[in-house]
Design a protein around this ligand. Structure first.
Ligand SMILES: O=C(O)CCC(=O)C(=O)O
Length: 278
């Protein structure tokens, strides 16, 4: 594919209790995504473990020494593909994080992003979740380049924070990727809307990648993996079941929209600004 174009392969994977099986499944789906032409493959949030506080300590691994990271490195290398490894619970000397890794086609780790905004919410009769009981938050924003593409990484709840996405667009990002596992309370209302909002706010592509829905799990992920273009149009999307969403994205769509509706250069920084303290 030309440098201005990428085919995303967004893997809406069915995640179960068996870590080894989860990783094996991820590796075989990565291969399938590449066979179908993907140049950047993305896994969902928490793909080697069920999503839940009680699971994180048990499934956590170190990065890049752990078995899951090694499998991702090998999969990127064997398939010669850029790979965003969704997220896994990371154990760094006893501190746990929710961490996304990015790998290049030689299997080298490009960067890792620790979820910056922990998912602490309380909706009585809906969902209560307190990631901060078990996890520590990351302390930095994370970007990497694929040719002319600059990718900004966030994990799930990070998607709710418009300032973070704005900082990414200010730093030159044209694609934001959020592995995420919204739930059956907030997912139907907010998942698609937030994906579109971040895209339109910043005039870039956004990919949001969920595990498949499993009604028998303690935490039921919403699914609906999708890629949205800078206009807020859904390029392609999944429903609830395991699937791979393919999205052909084109840098000229970003460039053209930014010329036609130049909000990024029309910001009144004399009145307001979004600044990084990274
Ligand atoms: O923001 C939400 O509604 C869901 C967030 C979430 O599930 C997460 O951060 O893992």
């Amino acid at each position: 594919m030309a440098a201005k174009k990428l085919r995303l392969g967004l893997i809406q994977m069915a995640v179960g209790d068996d870590k080894v099986e989860n990783v094996k499944r991820a590796v075989s789906l990565i291969k399938r995504a590449v066979e179908n032409g993907s140049s950047l493959v993305v896994l969902p949030e928490c793909f080697n473990s069920p999503y839940g506080l009680k699971h994180f300590p048990k499934y956590a691994e170190s990065i890049p020494q752990g078995d899951t990271a090694k499998a991702l490195s090998a999969a990127a290398k064997e398939n010669k593909v850029y790979l965003i490894g969704g997220s896994i619970p990371e154990n760094d000397n006893g501190q746990l994080y929710n961490t996304c890794t990015a790998w290049d086609p030689s299997g080298d780790l490009i960067c890792s992003h620790r979820k910056v905004h922990l998912f602490d919410i309380d909706i009585p009769g809906g969902i209560t979740f307190q990631e901060s009981k078990v996890l520590k938050p990351g302390k930095s924003l994370t970007t990497f380049n694929i040719g002319e593409w600059k990718v900004g990484l966030g994990i799930c709840y990070d998607m709710r924070f418009a300032e973070m996405a704005r900082l990414y667009s200010k730093s030159g990002c044209n694609l934001l990727v959020y592995p995420g596992a919204f739930n059956m309370t907030t997912g139907p209302l907010h998942w698609e809307l937030l994906t579109k909002a971040r895209a339109i706010d910043n005039e870039l592509y956004v990919a949001a990648v969920s595990p498949a829905q499993d009604k028998t799990a303690d935490y039921v992920a919403f699914g609906h993996t999708m890629a949205v273009d800078p206009w807020g149009k859904v390029v392609s999307a999944a429903q609830f079941e395991e699937d791979i969403v393919y999205a052909d994205i084109d840098l000229s769509v970003v460039e053209k929209m930014r010329q036609q509706i130049p909000i990024l250069s029309q910001r009144r920084t004399d009145l307001y600004d979004t600044i990084s303290k990274d």
